[in-house]
Design a protein around this ligand. Structure first.
Ligand SMILES: *Cc1c(COP(=O)(O)O)cnc(C)c1O
Ligand SMILES: [Zn+2]
Length: 412
């Protein structure tokens, strides 16, 4: 890879050759891919991008794949960025955009990492990929691998919502539902991966995955015509997503595509917020219980805290925690004001933005992007809890009129 210099440990600085089966540093630290920006500047221009297919691989010069790697078939990336004028007014910011990453092929942002995992597994000559996941990394890996003809072994906690498990079964994964927390799930997967030598798609161990996730940041900026927003709000679990987003933005800055960087808004659930707490207390992170309905970010022992905490700090970002009630309200708010249906963790970024606006922490002239990271169809039980049940009537006009009157529903 001419564009990649090496992989460097974020803890001790030790450097490694960027081989496909790259895992943590000998010291236990997470590796970060280091690019040759001077070279990339000579081969990538904004003009060149205009001629390319609209998927995550259009940024190939900024991605760690060999030139001859066969790319996975599902169309990942280039999810829509909608300007949300009514919602902007309601929240009290000048301009607001919603990046709906729930419209990826398996309906979450995780497809960006899984497509990268499949590309790297192919480079490694692997035929089996494995991961543990709160649900979306699993279903996206299963889908992207199935499309590429690779086998998957997937470990999920038994609490994973039915929609995600249904996806796994439909993609033909071998699914192990672990009776325990995400932490327990991760540990079992780690042992199994070591034992059988499968290609490892665990996000905090395989440093290529956040490189896939960073394409969400690259896209947001290209979709905004390279005009940098003041803030980008996103939900945080393990921390790989926010770290990837930040990496993408910094890449663009390094090659001169951006003239400044936005501030990140890191949003976690109040019942499970070890990363935000570490930033707020300026102290090492400590494990927490996994106490939230937003299953995708119910991560008590984050696997990528170092990169995530560094990203929030470097961007001079904000942290905010939201209750399950606030998450449910945001789900309804995005649905009713934007027609965007997100799963609980998917709308948590918007819930946090709304809270900060209400607290007066976001200036009224600010421009903001809020990323919706997963689709609401993944977890319909919680969507019904947030948004309510329909009006139930027999097929009888009189009863319909009564029902409308009882609810004071306006009829013209
Ligand atoms: C995984 C996930 C997140 C958080 O990403 P991390 O890398 O775990 O921080 C947020 N929202 C959804 C829908 C996810 O699946
Ligand atoms: Zn190290």
């Amino acid at each position: 890879m001419r564009n990649v210099k090496c992989a460097r440990c974020v803890k001790c600085g030790r450097e490694y050759e960027a081989v496909p089966r790259l895992t943590n540093c000998a010291c236990g630290g997470i590796l970060d891919l280091v690019y040759d920006y001077a070279y990339i500047k000579t081969v990538l221009t904004k003009e060149k991008l205009k001629e390319r297919p609209y998927d995550m691989w259009r940024y190939r010069e900024l991605l760690p794949v060999e030139p001859d790697t066969e790319l996975p078939p599902l169309r990942v990336g280039w999810s829509p960025l909608y300007e949300a004028e009514r919602l902007a007014k309601q929240l009290g910011v000048r301009r607001l955009w919603i990046k709906d990453d729930g419209l990826n092929p398996t309906a979450s942002l995780k497809d960006r990492a899984s497509a990268m995992a499949v590309a790297k597994a192919r480079e490694a000559g692997a035929e089996v990929i494995a991961c543990s996941s709160t649900g979306n990394a699993a279903s996206s890996l299963a889908g992207n691998a199935a499309a590429a003809g690779l086998k998957t072994y997937i470990f999920v906690p038994s609490r994973a919502p039915k929609g995600k498990v249904a996806q796994l079964m439909s993609f033909g994964a071998t699914v192990i539902s672990v009776q325990g927390s995400y932490e327990d799930t991760f540990e079992l997967s780690k042992q199994a991966i070591e034992r059988w030598g499968w290609y490892n798609r665990n996000a905090a161990i395989n440093p290529y995955l956040s490189e896939g996730k960073k394409t969400v940041g690259l896209e947001i900026m290209e979709q905004l015509g390279w005009q940098v927003p003041d803030y980008i709000a996103i939900s945080v679990g393990d921390g790989c997503t926010i770290a990837g987003l930040w990496k993408g933005l910094k890449d663009l800055y390094a090659i001169g595509f951006l003239d400044r960087l936005p501030k990140l808004i890191a949003v976690q659930a109040a019942g499970c917020c070890p990363i935000n707490r570490a930033v707020e207390e300026n102290a090492p992170w400590r494990p927490m219980e996994e106490n939230t309905l937003a299953d995708s970010i119910a991560v008590g022992v984050p696997r990528n805290p170092d990169k995530a905490i560094a990203a929030i700090r470097e961007s001079q970002g904000l942290t905010v925690e939201v209750t399950d009630k606030e998450i449910m309200a945001a789900q309804k708010l995005l649905g009713t004001s934007c027609g965007v249906f997100g799963e609980p963790a998917g709308v948590t970024g918007t819930a946090g933005l709304k809270k900060l606006c209400a607290q007066g922490k976001i200036p009224a002239d600010a421009t903001v992007v809020s990323v919706v990271t997963g689709n609401g169809l993944k977890d319909v039980a919680n969507a019904i809890r947030s948004c309510g049940e329909p009006i139930s009537v027999p097929s009888d006009m009189e009863r319909l009129l009564e029902a409308f009157a009882a609810r004071e529903i306006p009829l013209n």
